[in-house]
Design a protein around this ligand. Structure first.
Ligand code: ZN
Length: 484
């Protein structure tokens, strides 16, 4: 026994079921932590420990990795990250959908960049400045940060409603290079959104060139998730092939009633692409989405709820149909006078949601919008909803598979080394939860209710969530990507 092995564990979890994040069956085992690492897993019941924690009846799993967040600014503003740690999340991937807080100095960023803003928050002219701020004032969770193509456009282009010129592409590529060199794990695009809708495929490829040299990842909120979703998938695959980089299809869904059932078409296309190139996807476990209030989405949705509204804050939480009727307008025509605003859209089919969640390679990402006054409940409920509602109650897949989709699979796809699995030597990002009671309690009516059944959460060996409260430990780190 070496001297470090004879040291007591800092934390010893005894009597629980270990689900290791590798999609292997859960087993009865104890787990010891020293410093920021998992030191041992096995029968450790007689080992000395500074803190011995009885977790009988509980599951011990790797901390969940939220593959799809808009937490860029929230990490700095609300460092406790309660919406995330209360669910067992220990790492967030930021900069999604083409939107990142850096690099951009802008007093009044265009929608949807304003989804991240709390007024004056866009003040990091270099990506390195943003990462330095995160390191100087860390949050409770780890962050793996991407740079957004729409943010680059806003930084470089005076007019976003056109394709970029060659000089603008060069300028965006230089900013992307700075971001990747300073520690971004990849680049995201959101050609669905107005600031990037006019970007050509060629523009995206040329701006994203630094991904190829830095081993980065490409994540995309595709140009179309409705009628033209197949063309959007083909564009996504082409960008990945031309750059020779891994691609992530963000929050995969098929939107609008005419498209219900089309996951039967998209998933085989994704699977076929996976045989040729590196493709991943994630999804959130709800039939409603949420983003800026947008006329085209209002038309696709069965029901629309306003999540925030700058000119009329009282409308947060109201049904758009009611608001339109009060103003004597159609729901389509009332949208412009409510801007800027955000909304929840009921626009998916439950069988599609279940088919996509159950698809083997699908990771779990919340897409939560943490600054919204009345957020989509996915912000507080995504991970327990998959564990409780979809795995335990509906039996969509085993609990071990649910855990894998939010831990080991995600760490592997995003290149987050020594995380996402319970293994000796790996970082001690841990969640203890009760498999019988774990559940989302946040609803569209009460969207900020805390998850049930989350016992405790540890980040880099430090407890961050215990007895339903933040412990005060800002234990998160900025994570690098280690390509496989
Ligand atoms: Zn998105």
């Amino acid at each position: 026994m070496t001297s470090s092995e004879s040291q007591p564990f800092d934390y010893l979890f005894v009597g629980g079921t270990v689900i290791d994040g590798a999609n292997t069956p859960g087993r009865r085992a104890d787990l010891g932590v020293r410093g920021d690492r998992i030191a041992a897993i096995g029968d450790l019941s007689d080992a000395p420990a500074r803190h011995r924690i009885d977790v009988a009846g509980q599951v011990l799993a790797p901390g969940f990795i939220d593959s799809h967040t808009h937490d860029d600014n929230y990490l700095l503003k609300r460092r406790d990250m309660t919406p995330k740690i209360s669910q067992g999340v220990t790492t967030v991937v930021t900069g999604n959908c083409g939107i990142s807080l850096a690099p951009l100095a802008h007093a009044n960023p265009p929608a949807p960049l304003d989804l991240l803003d709390e007024g004056g928050s866009y003040h990091f002219a270099r990506f390195a400045d943003y990462l330095d701020a995160l390191r100087a004032t860390p949050a409770a969770v780890n962050a793996a940060c991407m740079v957004g193509h729409s943010t680059l456009r806003a930084a470089v282009m005076p007019d976003l409603q056109r394709a970029a010129t060659d000089a603008e592409i060069d300028a965006m590529r230089a900013l992307a290079e700075e971001a990747m060199a300073s520690g971004a794990i990849g680049i995201s695009t959101g050609a669905f959104y107005p600031p990037a809708a006019r970007a050509t495929t060629e523009e995206i490829i040329e701006v994203c060139r630094p991904l190829s040299t830095h081993g980065g990842i490409y994540a995309t909120h595709m140009r179309d998730e409705g009628e033209h979703i197949v063309a959007a998938l083909e564009e996504t695959f082409r960008i990945g092939r031309e750059l020779d980089v891994p691609v992530v299809i963000s929050h995969h869904k098929v939107m609008g009633q005419p498209n219900f059932g089309r996951s039967r078409e998209t998933l085989p296309l994704i699977e076929a692409a996976m045989a040729r190139q590196d493709v991943s996807l994630d999804a959130y476990p709800y039939v409603a989405g949420s983003t800026m209030l947008k006329q085209d989405r209002v038309l696709l949705a069965g029901r629309t709820i306003i999540t925030w509204c700058k000119p009329f804050p009282d409308l947060s939480g109201r049904d758009l149909d009611e608001v339109a009727a009060e103003r004597g307008k159609s729901k389509y025509d009332v949208v412009p006078e409510l801007q800027p605003a955000g909304a929840i859209y009921f626009m998916m089919d439950e069988p599609d949601v279940q088919r996509i969640l159950a698809f083997g390679p699908t990771m779990i990402g919340s897409d939560g919008l943490p600054h919204d006054e009345r957020p989509h409940p996915r912000l507080w409920g995504t991970f327990p909803r998959v564990l409780g509602h979809y795995a335990r109650d509906l039996g969509l897949f085993p609990l071990e598979t649910a855990v894998w989709k939010m831990t080991g699979l995600t760490a592997q796809r995003f290149g987050l080394a020594e995380r996402g699995q319970l293994r000796p030597g790996y970082f001690a990002d841990l969640v203890v939860f009760d498999p019988a009671t774990v559940a989302d309690t946040a609803t569209f009516e009460r969207p900020t209710e805390r998850a049930a059944g989350i016992h405790s959460v540890y980040v880099n060996g430090a407890p961050v969530w215990r007895e339903q409260a933040f412990t005060g430990r800002h234990a998160g780190r900025v994570l690098a990507r280690t390509p496989a």
